[in-house]
Ligand binder design. Structure first.
Ligand code: ADP
Ligand code: MG
Ligand code: MG
Length: 883
């Protein structure tokens, strides 16, 4: 096995498609070298070494040492320097790099190879003692922090103290001697903390850093990050060792980060930040305010600090050229890191950039328009789940805005919630069902779980490329960063701004589109779905095979579903209509009746109301299929449960309180999920199914007359286990249809079908399909009954199950392909055996989950049905499944 791959000087042993072996960073450094771009030479220790390391008690393969030595020598040759040499030392950075970018991993160590001797040589060679000692103190800080476990706070304190003593405010005021003096103090601190001196041997330093990268693969942060992003542990990380270039060599040196297109809006314009005379992560650390890359951006931001275009024109032109080369080469928007050393540009990283859903759409559509990718590729470029971001509410422009501060519009969408000041608290409050805004001075990878739990994130410090901004955009969470006017007192749990103080739990609203922070909960509006969204969805619709319907019963939901492109209603839950103020009383009267006559009298009151519901639904859906499910939940759900309510209902109905209480007791069930519900109600009280069928058919006649479009209702029987159950209810439905036809003289077209939501129904599908004209897989109940788990009670144990790897993901979120999926497959195959053209769909929550949609495509269903908001997600997921 080859453990080490070199790159530099226009060639490389690796290339971009070797991410599994070299990690993302290493593979792309190799690719950039191969493209002839200016990349400091270096080498990558493969992910296989990481795997080896963990399989062999934290040891390395025997050949590794030799390969690293050889690679170091080659890099030294290219850089005309020699690692560890006292007169002409090669300095390197040690950078982790997994397949997928992972903020939980070890931080980069820069300037490695410096010691008391080599620092003097660097000073002499550069003719700049200040630069040399500035680099050395940075190295000691970083190395101690990430490799030796001596926190950087110690060194920051020493520096602050030193500056205070000397009367300095800015780091730039420190001279070479100041930094040299600090280096002595830093080393003393390390010695005091560890009981041994800071390592002076460059080789010891190097192997220490390499070991730290591999160890960091198993640190808590990395493990959490992997869990949240389902990155397998087996992937391992690579280590990149790269010759240093210096952005801290004075006014013609700089370091920066950029995106080839705007990652927030998708606009095709170079976008980024840089800092003159700075190194490494100074830009993202938020220590100094970074400068804009382009003049245009500088003017737009109203900044008086010169842009890179103005300050370093040659390096900027070269950078602009390279950004085009890379974008054309990778055929995607790139996220770039670079350093300018004495006017010369060096590329340090490229990767496909993270972006908001809005930007993803615009970039995909524009890249296709530019001919760089095909329409189909564009469809594949947008993460369906991320579309959720676009369906985020925005602040109602008519609402009053009490702006308390303005920061950077770091991640779009508006969010409102109670203020919390720690990630743990955000998580705890979320668990209690509260909406929170996580407010921090700045965020770090330790805050990820809190960012997940929060509706939105607000920070006082940090730019558009700060940790909070980058992570929030990735998560699709609204974020306002760098709201500098905020005074956050974590100890007192308060947020003060312009003399106004907010406590923990107070409500605020953030607008990630404008950067505004507003007092209170502000009214919001739903987004408009046009432009690139419509274009891409149009392309998606051309590709997909699955139809997408919505679960809807109210006119508002049905209208929204249509505006999101639903091609019908896959599930209309009639019981939702029973709860409306005007009719719940009649429903209760029906339930309280002792005999059929009483029930029929109450049902007669419900009929016109239910019929009106359906007329409106059919009108809105104009000729599109509408599946209506007969009453499903247990009857006691409709009865009052508190004493107060019971008394009120008794009064309105003119019955005794005792009567209601008795009926409640009779209907009480130990296990309602498996109780008196679904078709069991229609079988015990056929008059209920009869009323509902009548309402549906009469409405179909009325709506067809009104709209001039044929209405084809699909009447659906819930929760059957046997064909005999279906037959009984079907008979009621068909007889009612015949009666309505006779009364109205109209000819009805309709279908009668069933839910497949019990394992027995899936197994007996062949027989059931002899009667049922369609199946709708009710994957919520099917998951409950297949696993024998009640969804409402699963909260207590499902989390640990996922954590322990017993199940990969929550089966109520993403369909369990192996088990529940198997039942669906059986249902499909057996159903088609007796009725080849049977219509097949799914109507659980899973209908809006991209992975489940892909499964539905695989097993050949005709449609998925999901909540209106998820219709666009399902359309795109269905298209991607068909690519
Ligand atoms: P991350 O994965 O956190 O982005 P990187 O390994 O990319 O970490 O390193 C962070 C920053 O350190 C880079 O953006 C770059 O500014 C700086 N850096 C890394 N290696 C070098 C190098 N060889 N020379 C100069 N700067 C470097
Ligand atoms: Mg980092
Ligand atoms: Mg980087």
């Amino acid at each position: 096995t080859k453990w080490v791959y070199t790159f530099g000087d226009g060639k490389a042993e690796g290339k971009a498609d070797m991410k599994n072996l070299l990690g993302g960073k290493g593979a792309n450094l190799a690719e950039m070298s191969n493209l002839g771009l200016p990349v400091p030479p270096g080498f990558t220790i493969t992910t296989e070494v990481c795997t080896y390391y963990y399989q062999h008690g934290n040891t390395y393969p025997a050949e590794l040492k030799g390969e690293v030595e050889a690679a170091l020598a080659q890099v030294g040759q290219l850089a005309a320097k020699s690692f560890g040499d006292a007169a002409n030392p090669l300095l390197v950075s040690v950078r982790s790099g997994a397949r997928a970018s992972m903020p939980g991993m070890m931080d980069t160590v820069l300037n490695l190879g410096l010691n008391d001797e080599t620092v003097e040589a660097v000073a002499k060679l550069a003719g700049d003692r200040r630069f040399a000692f500035d680099s050395y103190r940075r190295f000691i800080t970083m190395y101690s922090d990430v490799v030796l476990g001596v926190s950087h706070h110690h060194f920051e304190e020493i520096l602050e103290h030193y500056k205070l003593q000397k009367g300095f405010t800015l780091d730039t005021e420190l001279s070479a001697d100041d930094w040299a003096a600090l280096v002595v103090k830093y080393k003393e601190k390390v010695n005091a903390e560890l009981g041994k001196p800071f390592p002076q041997d460059p080789h010891e330093q190097l192997w220490g850093a390499i070991g730290a990268v591999f160890s960091s693969w198993m640190n808590a942060r990395a493990i959490t990050y992997r869990r949240l992003h389902t990155i397998p542990e087996s992937w391992g990380t690579a280590v990149n060792v790269q010759s240093m270039v210096f952005g801290n060599m004075g006014e013609t040196s700089a370091t920066g980060v950029a995106f080839t297109r705007n990652p927030s809006t998708g606009e095709n314009a170079l976008y980024g930040e840089f800092l003159v005379n700075a190194q490494g992560e100074d830009v993202v650390a938020g220590i100094r305010t970074p400068q804009d890359l382009t003049e245009k951006a500088r003017i737009a931001a109203g900044s008086d600090k010169p842009s890179m275009e103005k300050a370093l024109p040659d390096a900027f032109k070269e950078f602009e050229r390279i950004s085009h080369v890379l974008e054309n080469h990778y055929r995607d928007m790139q996220d770039l890191e670079f350093t300018v050393e004495k006017g010369k540009l060096w590329m340090l990283q490229t990767r496909s950039g993270k972006r908001t859903a809005k930007a993803a759409l615009r970039i995909a559509v524009e890249l296709a328009a530019e001919g760089l990718i095909t329409e189909q590729e564009a469809v594949g470029r947008v993460d369906p789940a991320a579309l959720d971001q676009l369906l985020h509410p925005a602040i109602d422009p008519k609402a009053e805005r009490k702006v308390i501060a303005t920061g950077l519009p770091a991640s779009p969408g508006a969010a409102a919630g109670a203020i919390v000041f720690s990630a743990d608290e955000a998580e705890a409050w979320k668990e209690q069902g509260r909406k929170v805004i996580l407010v921090r001075v700045e965020t770090s990878p330790e805050d990820i779980h809190g960012m997940h739990a929060a509706q939105g994130i607000l920070t006082a410090r940090g730019g558009m490329t700060s940790h909070a901004a980058v992570v929030a955009r990735g998560m699709g969470k609204p974020c306002v960063s760098g709201a500098g006017a905020l005074r956050i007192d974590t100890a007192a749990q308060t947020l003060t701004v312009n003399g106004q103080t907010f406590k923990k739990g107070d409500h605020i609203t953030i607008d990630g589109g404008t950067g505004q922070v507003l007092a209170g909960e502000v009214a919001m509006l739903q987004p408009e779905l046009s432009g690139e969204f419509a274009t891409l969805m149009g392309w998606a619709d051309k590709v997909r095979k699955l139809k997408v319907r919505a679960n809807a019963e109210t006119p508002a939901d049905a209208r929204m579903a249509r505006s999101f492109g639903a091609e019908g209603i896959g599930l209309s839950r009639t019981e939702h209509m029973f709860f409306d103020a005007g009719r719940i009383l009649a429903v209760r009267e029906m339930i309280l009746s002792d005999d059929e006559t009483g029930r029929r009298a109450a049902l007669a009151k419900l009929l016109p109301m239910q019929r009106d519901d359906f007329v409106e639904l059919f009108e809105i859906m104009k000729g599109l299929p509408v599946t209506i499910r007969l009453l499903d939940p247990p009857l006691h759900e409709f009865l009052p449960h508190t004493a107060e309510e019971t008394a009120e209902v008794a009064k309105s109905l003119g019955v005794d309180v005792e009567r209601i209480e008795r009926r409640n007791k009779e209907l009480h069930e130990v296990n309602p999920m498996l109780g008196f519900r679904g078709c069991r109600i229609a079988i015990a009280f056929p008059e209920i199914a009869e009323m509902q069928a009548r309402a549906i058919f009469e409405a179909a006649v009325i709506a067809a007359k009104k709209t001039g479009e044929a209405v084809v209702p699909e009447v659906m029987v819930p929760l059957i286990a046997t064909k005999a159950e279906f037959d009984i209810v079907e008979k009621v439905i068909r007889e009612t249809a015949a009666a309505v036809e006779k009364e109205t003289g109209a000819k009805l077209t309709f279908q009668v079908g069933t839910m497949i939501e019990l394992p027995r129904a899936a197994l007996r599908a062949e027989e059931i399909a002899k009667g049922a004209e369609f199946f709708s897989f009710g994957t919520n109940d099917l998951t409950q009954t297949c696993f024998g788990v009640s969804r409402d009670d699963a909260g207590t144990f499902l989390g640990p199950y996922v954590q322990k790897g017993i199940i990969e993901t929550d089966p109520f979120v993403s369909i369990d392909v192996d088990g529940v999926g198997e039942l669906v497959k059986i249902g499909v195959e057996r159903g088609r055996k007796s009725r080849p053209n049977i219509k097949l769909g799914i109507c659980g929550e899973h209908g809006g989950d991209p992975a489940s949609v892909a499964f539905c495509h695989e097993v050949g269903l005709d449609y998925v049905s999901c909540s209106p908001f998820r219709v666009p997600i399902a359309r795109l997921a269905a298209a991607q499944a068909a690519l």
